[in-house]
Design a protein. Structure first.
Length: 350
């Protein structure tokens, strides 16, 4: 179950993004964890109101910021409840004053095997980003940490180009999506193939924790000039032969510009075949179940504004040299991203 952390400064549009996901998720089952400062949890009230009277379970941590005042194990404990309910995605909406790095660490290092890090989505107010960054220069670290930057309110920005340039200065390779009303394509966050398979399995079973149909039916009209305007996301699929494990590990950990998610199968030079997944710079690998000897390597890259030729060139540059002697240690470059290897040693670098 991927857990996506949504962060951003106060008023950037985090709750709007969350409500958009809930109203447009289709067959997806989404769990929500809302974290907010203050005695009255305004964001939790907004989300609860949008979820159609309890169709989506909302867990509100209103006793302070998750990253600084909640016990280390509390977030994982809270995530354990939706993880046990066959959800497709859990979104943790951080307080506008939260420190994203601490929240990401807790998701990545969670010991529950059902919990998987789904990325840090950072929401920035394009109309006020320059001034906000001047007042709070520490936000540059948040941009640098993000796996996806949502440049929201792009329609209200006097100079959208300046806002993009500012993001690029601190997050040069991170995908940036410009949005109105924080309308992010849900396909970026949920694996469409897995979702379709799960939806098919559920059709003949009792429905639990589905999104409220009335919410989708009464969702406001998005056909106007600013309706769900956002930069187009794209998917690039590359099928090739055996790949050099070390070069492929570097590719996954430092993906082409604009790539948010990577998934697929890699056949290493020594014949080892691995399933690979990456969100931003966070990589996971595992031996393929039902190994297919000699099968091609297939990688799918999803992101914003992808240069297909550049992506293919990067992958082709990882091709294994068929005349080079086999290096039995090379595959360890990929295996070090396996769950077993990461469980005790993964450290997030700011």
């Amino acid at each position: 179950m991927p857990v996506v952390v949504v962060a951003g400064y106060l008023g950037a549009g985090k709750s709007t993004l969350l409500n958009h996901l809930l109203s447009g998720a289709g067959d997806a089952r989404i769990g929500v964890v809302v974290n907010d400062f203050g005695a009255v949890n305004i964001d939790a009230m907004l989300v609860s109101g949008a979820s159609g009277g309890g169709a989506v379970r909302t867990v509100s941590l209103s006793n302070g910021c998750v990253c600084c005042t909640v016990d280390d194990d509390e977030l994982e404990d809270v995530l354990g409840a939706p993880a046990a309910r066959d959800l497709d995605l859990v979104v943790v909406e951080a307080s506008g004053l939260a420190e994203p790095a601490a929240m990401v660490r807790r998701v990545v290092l969670a010991q529950d095997p059902r919990i998987d890090y789904g990325g840090l989505v950072y929401v920035a107010d394009a109309a006020h980003l320059v001034g906000t960054m001047e007042r709070h220069p520490s936000l540059r670290h948040h941009l640098a940490l993000a796996d996806l930057v949502v440049l929201n309110k792009i329609d209200l920005a006097a100079d959208p180009g300046a806002a993009r340039e500012l993001v690029r200065a601190h997050a040069p390779s991170t995908p940036v999506i410009g949005t109105v009303d924080a309308a992010v394509p849900v396909e970026l966050l949920i694996d469409a193939d897995v979702l379709a398979r799960r939806a098919a399995q559920r059709r003949d079973s009792p429905r639990q924790l589905t999104l409220d149909e009335a919410l989708r039916e009464h969702d406001h009209d998005h056909t106007g000039p600013h309706g769900h305007l956002h930069d187009d996301y794209a998917a690039v699929t590359v099928e090739t032969g055996r790949l050099d494990a070390r070069a492929t590990a570097d590719l996954l950990a430092d993906p082409p510009r604009g790539v948010y998610r990577t998934k697929g199968f890699v056949t290493a030079a020594d014949g080892t075949r691995l399933e690979v997944h990456a969100v931003g710079r966070h990589v996971r690998t595992a031996p393929e179940r039902g190994r297919r000897d000699g099968a091609a390597s297939v990688l799918v890259f999803l992101g914003i504004g992808l240069d297909e030729e550049a992506v293919r060139t990067r992958v082709e540059g990882c091709s294994a040299d068929p005349d080079a002697p086999a290096d039995p240690q090379a595959v360890l470059s990929l295996l070090r991203y396996s769950a077993a290897a990461q469980s005790d040693s993964w450290i997030l670098e700011d």
